[in-house]
Write a protein that binds this ligand. Structure first.
Ligand SMILES: NC(=O)c1ccc[n+]([C@@H]2O[C@H](COP(=O)([O-])OP(=O)(O)OC[C@H]3O[C@@H](n4cnc5c(N)ncnc54)[C@H](O)[C@@H]3O)[C@@H](O)[C@H]2O)c1
Length: 274
């Protein structure tokens, strides 16, 4: 630990939400209690959308829902473990009933088990796939069916990672789950575009959240990570939420089946050295 702030901690983005861009829409954000999901929930609310926060941590989800409500929109908090299909089916129905419809789905809930493929325990492998991949599948299917039935079109945003497209050291099971999400997003895009429903993968390189806070408190690890990113810093969760708000908006109606890398140039920098 050092007393000096990292580039990431020092950076303060200037972000201006687009007023009313999502007015009249309802969004369901999984894992919306904290971190990136919370930033997305708040950003959507600032742009006029009602938000349903689904998380396994109900007290924190309710806390975030109160913050969303203070922005003048409807907010609902529901408890679910995204890997439990029966619970997901019930929660999607409850969300659609209390919000009127679900216009935007953000598959954001996720966890990470660090480690190599060779050392990965089968329990950890199964948990990674169940939460980060199958959890998103359950929501995509139940919300997709509900969007089709409503006939209002829709937006699906799946939170992948640079690990969706690049093998990342000591994150093997996570990479596989996030790469699976990429293909699920593309398949959903082709199956659903006829219903005016888009599906895209938003791939952050990183931001400091509970998923990595302990690790990145180590200034040597944070410094090495920042040095490997051309932008020399991680993103803020608000910057990631800006990209999600764009993908959720009418402005992105023609964008489907694609991956939006949100990575400060990390993925393209592989063999670039001088
Ligand atoms: N933070 C990063 O650097 C980073 C980088 C790339 C991708 N991502 C992805 O962004 C997403 C959000 O991560 P974050 O950094 O905000 O993490 P976080 O730990 O701060 O938040 C994750 C949220 O998901 C919820 N959650 C976890 N497992 C769940 C389950 N089984 N059912 C329901 N809710 C569950 C947690 O309770 C928590 O509220 C994840 O999919 C993660 O893989 C994060």
């Amino acid at each position: 630990m050092s007393g000096t702030k990292s580039n990431t901690e020092s950076y303060k983005p200037h972000i201006t939400p687009t007023c009313e861009r999502l007015a009249g829409k309802s969004a369901l954000v999984t894992g919306g209690a904290r971190g990136i999901g919370k930033a997305i929930a708040l950003r959507f609310a600032q742009e006029g959308a009602g938000v349903c926060i689904v998380d396994k941590d109900l007290p924190e989800a309710e806390h975030t829902a109160h913050e969303v409500e203070k922005l003048g929109v409807r907010a609902v908090a529901l408890k679910a473990d995204v890997s439990d299909r029966a619970v997901v089916e019930r929660v999607v129905q409850q969300a659609a009933e209390s919000m009127g419809s679900i216009d935007v789905l953000v598959n954001n809930a996720g966890m990470i088990v660090f480690g190599s493929l060779m050392d990965c325990r089968v329990e950890d492998w199964n948990a990674m796939i169940a939460v980060d991949l199958s959890g998103a599948f359950h929501f995509t299917q139940f919300v997709g069916r509900s969007m089709i039935e409503n006939g209002r079109g829709g937006r699906m945003i799946h939170i992948g990672s640079t690990a969706s497209v690049l093998p990342t050291a000591q994150q093997s099971a996570y990479c596989v789950a996030k790469a699976g999400l990429l293909m699920m997003s593309r398949c959903a895009a082709l199956e659903l575009i006829g219903h005016n429903i888009t599906s895209n993968l938003l791939c952050p390189q990183g931001a400091v959240t509970d998923i990595n806070r302990e690790l990145l408190r180590n200034s040597a690890i944070m410094g090495a990570l920042e040095a490997n990113i051309p932008a020399k810093r991680l993103a803020t969760v608000e910057e990631i939420a800006s990209a999600a708000a764009f993908l959720a908006s009418d402005e992105a109606a023609y964008i489907t089946g694609t991956e939006l890398l949100h990575d400060g140039g990390a993925v393209i920098s592989g063999l670039w050295w001088r």
